[in-house]
Design a protein around this ligand. Structure first.
Ligand code: ZN
Length: 400
């Protein structure tokens, strides 16, 4: 259910390499009951969060006309009216979601020893996330209403183009502008590993412009890795949590998995997929807002502002409707990259142990219920990924 794109692991206690102290020893053993309890509570939090947000926006759809009418248009300005209404609606949704977000993001993570964050640091992180959200949300909201009020009858097309441009633009600026706001990073100080990743990337026709150690460990114990950028040059980010607990072989196989996404053009395929899903979303928004488009009547301005609650309800419900399809496509991409990584590195043991270790580190449910996989998981269940490496391993030993 959580957003994860990792690719790192470690070795078995029995097979630790003499050249390296066994980094996997840093990962505590976990009781299966503990893993189950963690996933059970997270599942409930996630469903409760979804229900709260749906109910919140349904209520707003019912009362928005009255409330926005009562708030009025300060100074006769539709833009001020929109600003006030958006702050009330979105601010309210943050407040309503806050207790659960504190419970899930702070209390539970500490109870299961997955987080080192102080309460102050957690709050600071939330405030930064709200600010980044407010800036991006402000651009989206402003752009949407500029289109509705001024762009003429093809306004929906402009909104769709804007959404696509913004999502490609955000993917570009994310590692450069947004990531550093939350986590510091420094160049990787493991020359042999950096060299090895460079070689793997070169074999796939990719240039690595920098390898960075992303410092997650001050806040979290979970491990992660990512390749950022588009085109043929990429930056590599490896979480320090990963670097501390996984050996070079394991990091190499995880990296080979990430490379697969880039060589197979998954990023562009995902952008294509979001072009389709966002055209669906924009069509629904167009249906609700078009009656007020281009109008110079203040009553229509108020109605258009009130209809923002419907825009929010649409954007909460639509992902649930199309999730099973987009998640299935994403899981297929993940399986392709798993098999690429196994083929390229020919080291199924490192792959399997990496995922076993990762599962322990992140307390992943190896076998989540089917409905969670269908609706919420964009990666295959851990048990399937480990089994895939196991199959490869036994095929390899047969052919020897
Ligand atoms: Zn992946």
């Amino acid at each position: 259910m959580r957003n994860r794109d990792y690719c790192l692991g470690m070795s078995d206690e029995s097979t630790s390499q003499p050249a390296q102290e066994n980094p996997a020893a840093a990962i505590p053993q976990r009781d299966p009951a503990e893993i189950e309890a963690y996933n059970r509570v997270n599942r409930r939090i996630h469903l409760a969060d979804l229900a709260i947000s749906l109910v919140y926006w349904i209520v707003w759809c019912l009362i928005a006309r009255d409330v926005v009418g009562w708030l009025g248009l300060p100074g006769g300005s539709r833009w001020l009216g929109l600003l006030v209404a958006a702050v009330v609606m979105l601010g309210g949704s943050v407040l309503v979601g806050l207790p659960l977000s504190y419970y899930g993001g702070f209390v539970v993570e500490h109870r299961f020893k997955l987080s080192n964050q102080t309460l102050g640091a957690w709050l600071m992180f939330q405030v930064k996330a709200w600010l980044v959200g407010a800036i991006i949300g402000g651009i989206v909201l402003g752009g949407l209403y500029v289109a509705v009020w001024y762009a003429g009858r093809w306004w929906g097309v402009w909104v769709w183009l804007g959404v696509m441009l913004l999502s490609v633009g955000l993917a570009k600026v994310f590692p450069l502008l947004i990531l550093p706001l939350f986590y510091p990073s420094k160049p990787l100080e493991r020359p042999s590993l950096a060299e090895r990743l460079k070689e793997l990337a070169g074999g796939a026709g990719m240039t690595i412009t920098g390898t960075f150690n992303l410092q997650l460990s001050k806040d979290a114990k979970k491990a992660n890795a990512m390749l950022a950028g588009m085109g043929s040059s990429r930056r590599v980010y490896l979480a320090d949590t990963l670097l501390d607990s996984f050996d070079d072989d394991q990091i190499a196989v995880v990296f080979a998995h990430e490379l697969g996404h880039h060589t197979r053009g998954h990023i562009w395929k995902l952008i294509g997929m979001s072009a389709v899903t966002s055209s669906l979303m924009v069509t629904l928004i167009w249906w609700r807002l078009n009656p007020f488009a281009g109008s110079s009547d203040p009553a229509d301005w108020t109605a258009a502002i009130a209809a923002f609650s419907q825009v929010m309800l649409i954007s909460s419900v639509l992902p649930l409707v199309i999730g099973p399809m987009t998640n299935a496509i994403s899981r297929r991409f993940e399986r392709q990259c798993d098999s690429d990584a196994l083929r390229v590195t020919n080291n199924p043991q490192a792959y399997r142990t990496a995922f076993e270790q990762l599962g322990r580190l992140n307390l992943d449910d190896p076998n989540p219920p089917w409905w969670e996989v269908v609706w919420f998981d964009d990666h295959p269940p851990m048990a399937q990924r480990i089994a895939m490496a196991g199959d490869y391993e036994s095929r390899m030993s047969k052919s020897e």
